[in-house]
Design a protein around this ligand. Structure first.
Ligand SMILES: *Cc1c(COP(=O)(O)O)cnc(C)c1O
Length: 379
């Protein structure tokens, strides 16, 4: 039997604040044009937040469009009763296209060659697709100027085209050369759409902006925007340059419990490699969470903090797979079983934690482990 929803019995968990998620959706709606709809990006377990918990709630508050990275993520949404359109942003292995149809998902056409392979399949029904257009990211997508190839995709019998989209690669930067590049990407995409329309085809729903495209190019009027990280209430990093700064609230907190408390003497060491040596008698607490839960191991010995009963405590020694150790000498009241917050607000915001771990929040969040239950609160 799973005890997942009983906080009191968990060693470590992710706490999801659904009212903050609602706040962030409302903040995004204030920025985008009225006719534009949100396509919620819930790939990678909704950036570690719990794909089902997040998507169910988004459905409840009226979100009808979702995007995932993989077929399995799309099937998981359908199996849990998620309603609306679900776009798979990445490549689906050609033999599995039948499952895309069976689950009423929408496949991204990653390029003309991929479309040709789909056209060769024997399908019971047309495959619903959006065509990805490459305007400079050079990851996936048919090149925006290959109008002839794109036209051929429109003529295919196996494919029902419901949308076209591209992805910006420097929309987070307000430097002139980067803004020029983004504008060029947008122009190329618009030209491509115009050409397709001139040929008499309907491009369907068109979309361009991820989170930073929304914040820095809010004047654009497409059918959808594709927010990921800002929907979860955080920025990718601590860099503060952006045209619009909505009042986001972080949806996620990472919590665990103290599992043991002890006193060590001066010159005693803590954890693997003996990288921490006590300079004085030290009171320490072991916490039941480690790098296998997604808390980055490279935060070892970096004076990273956690919060225990309202006070900051420093992590000491190396972070282990399932446990870590903190210094609670400094007047911190702590008992076995007390709750430790590892990702929260202020000093331990996910932006600050990620900066210390030398990465972006998207990575830290999306790597939070599957063994952490996701516990939803609404306040
Ligand atoms: C992941 C992804 C997004 C969301 O990106 P954020 O920067 O987190 O908003 C949007 N579009 C595509 C194609 C993606 O792969």
């Amino acid at each position: 039997m799973k005890m997942n929803n009983n906080i009191s019995k968990n060693r470590a968990w992710v706490e999801i604040n659904l009212s903050n998620l609602k706040n962030n959706i409302e903040e995004i709606k204030k920025i985008i044009p009225q006719e534009t709809e949100i396509m919620a990006i819930v790939k990678a377990n909704a950036y570690g937040h719990g794909i089902i918990e997040i998507s169910k709630y988004l459905n409840e508050i009226g979100i009808q469009n979702f995007a995932v990275a993989t077929l399995d993520e799309g099937i998981q949404l359908r199996e849990n009763g998620i309603k609306g359109d679900i776009l798979i942003l990445g490549n689906t292995y050609i033999d599995n296209i039948k499952y895309v149809i069976k689950n009423n998902l929408i496949q991204t056409i990653v390029d003309y060659d991929y479309a040709k392979k789909i056209e060769k399949l024997k399908l019971e029904q047309k495959l619903r697709v959006h065509i990805k257009i490459n305007t400079g990211m050079n990851r996936i997508g048919e090149k925006s100027t290959n109008i002839e190839n794109i036209q051929q995709i429109y003529k295919m019998n196996n494919i029902s085209i419901e949308g076209m989209f591209t992805h910006l690669c420097v929309s987070d930067s307000l430097e002139e050369k980067d803004m020029d590049f983004s504008k060029k990407q947008i122009q190329e995409f618009d030209n491509c759409i115009e050409n397709i329309k001139k040929l008499g085809y309907n491009p369907g729903k068109i979309h361009v902006q991820a989170s930073y495209g929304i914040l820095n190019y809010s004047e654009l009027k497409y059918d959808y925007v594709r927010p990921g990280i800002i929907m979860y209430g955080v920025y990718s990093d601590n860099q503060e340059v952006m045209k619009i700064k909505p009042k986001l609230k972080p949806v996620l907190a990472l919590k665990a419990r103290i599992t043991a408390i002890k006193e060590i003497e001066k010159n005693e060491s803590v954890s693997y490699g003996r990288t921490f040596i006590a300079e004085k008698p030290t009171r320490i607490a072991t916490v039941g969470i480690g790098y296998a839960d997604g808390y980055p191991r490279n935060l070892s010995n970096k004076r990273t903090k956690v919060i225990i009963n309202g006070k900051y405590a420093e992590i000491i020694g190396r972070i282990c797979m399932d446990q870590l150790i903190v210094d609670i000498s400094d007047g911190i009241e702590a008992n076995v079983g007390d709750i430790v917050t590892l990702i929260g607000e202020n000093e331990i915001s996910v932006e600050n934690i990620s900066e210390k771990a030398e990465t972006i929040t998207n990575e830290v969040l999306s790597r939070l482990g599957n063994r952490l239950p996701r516990i939803c609160i609404y306040e």
